[in-house]
Design a protein around this ligand. Sequence first.
Ligand code: GLN
Length: 535
Amino acid sequence: MDKTKYIFVTGGVTSSLGKGIIAASLGKLLQARGFRVTNQKLDPYINVNSGTLNPHEHGECFVTVDGHEADLDLGHYERFLGVETRKANNVTTGRIYQSVIDKERRGDYLGKTVQVVPHITDEIKRNIKSLGSKGEFDFVITEIGGTVGDIESLPYIESVRQLRWELGKNSLIIHLTYVPYLSAANELKTKPTQHSVKTLQEQGVQPDILILRTEYNINTEIRKKVALFCNVEPHAVMQSIDVPSIYRVPLNMQQEKLDEVALKKLGYDLTQVPPVKMDKWIDFVDRLENAKEEVRIALVGKYVQLPDAYKSIIESLIQATAYNNRKLKLELILSDKLNNENIQKKLAKMDGILVTPGFGTRGVEGKICALQYARENDIPCLGIGLGMQAMAIEFARNVLDLKDANSTEMDATTAHNVIDIMYEQKNILELKGGMRLGSYQCSILPGTKAFEIYNSPSIYERHRHRYEFNNKYKEALEKAGMICSGYNEESNLVEIIELKNKKWYIGVQFHPEYRSTVVNPHPLFISFIEAIITK
Ligand code: GLN
């Protein structure tokens, strides 16, 4: 049993069924039996990566250690498995085409007509198999984005069909569908599932396991009926019922025997496979579900209508509050509307304030306003990315009395006399291709809050930004009570700032949220919540 196995997860009926969570849950269960697992996401859109996608439409852009701007599902994979993903874990149609067109221009196809089948499908298959080719993983779980029947998904489903043929017993296909409940008929309806499986079969793909998303329990009779209509064994028809927290899903899927059925179908003898060990996970879910005392956190940002835009930050907060046996009460506050008149009303009841990352000018003044309130009232406060930049600007404006302090990113609105607290360091950006992306080293000054939190003189965190703290103002800001407690050695860049004599007031240029996992919540978030509860 040494060959890499490939598991494909497709979806039907509607989007947003939580394919990513199911794929991550299966990954977790297999990992909890001692297997080495990686999850991959194939996205059917033409964008080359997620960097240019509007967070309002598509949720947050996740960043991998190797600097890839990825779909937010990679965040679920990392939070569930605690294993880093890379560029190869997220492939888009745009990237597939780009690579095929590059090859065509280079003459690699030797005059052949370049077509969807076989050239695009070969490129898709190459991207899937490349994850398993080094023998690093026992399982590669590939989630196909979109819904079967979509025009965009066709080449991916076709690639799965071909791979199934090539890999035979070493592959498995899981199809996730939705079973709606009709209250007028008092019935759960399986017809959409039957149609969805038919669509898949028309494309030559027969699923091995069906997972039915549902709001109500699905009885054996319905499962048998689905099995019969869809050519799937009855014990391979499972339900995934609505749960208050996504972190319950792996435990529910274990009850449905998802891992067992998958392993058996892939030829494993279950008596030879170690049992599932999920103690730490169960301990986390227990804390999450049993915590009573609330912690109220304001999340100040400009995309608050779609909380997915701040997915990793919100999950990090959930993990850190559960870790501290507290329940998170999150208030999403639109920064655009914040000003000195309403700030008291909006933030007075908050135990902690988190000022979010972001790009562009919208909502920045509101963030600065929230930060001034947090600083003056000594409310524990975490600034991430633009949130940290706004901390430096607020401090310069209101403590150093540099009223024109700003970031050059905001030039359009403050065209004259801007005091560039944050600015583009052209030499660094040219080197990095326009943005500092991915994992960078950060040294931490002993004796600071940051040092106490990380308990290490050198760390690595992930970045995604263009503007940097301007060292020209470092001395003045430090004299006034700011500590630049973290800095990148290689390029002499300030990465962490904190304030003296405050309960907890820390800004980080990087994104700690990408490193927080269920089993290891990030120390910065843990410490932020600790500061709030030890009043
Ligand atoms: N827009 C800012 C920059 O490019 C901050 C980005 C961020 O929040 N990560 O530097």
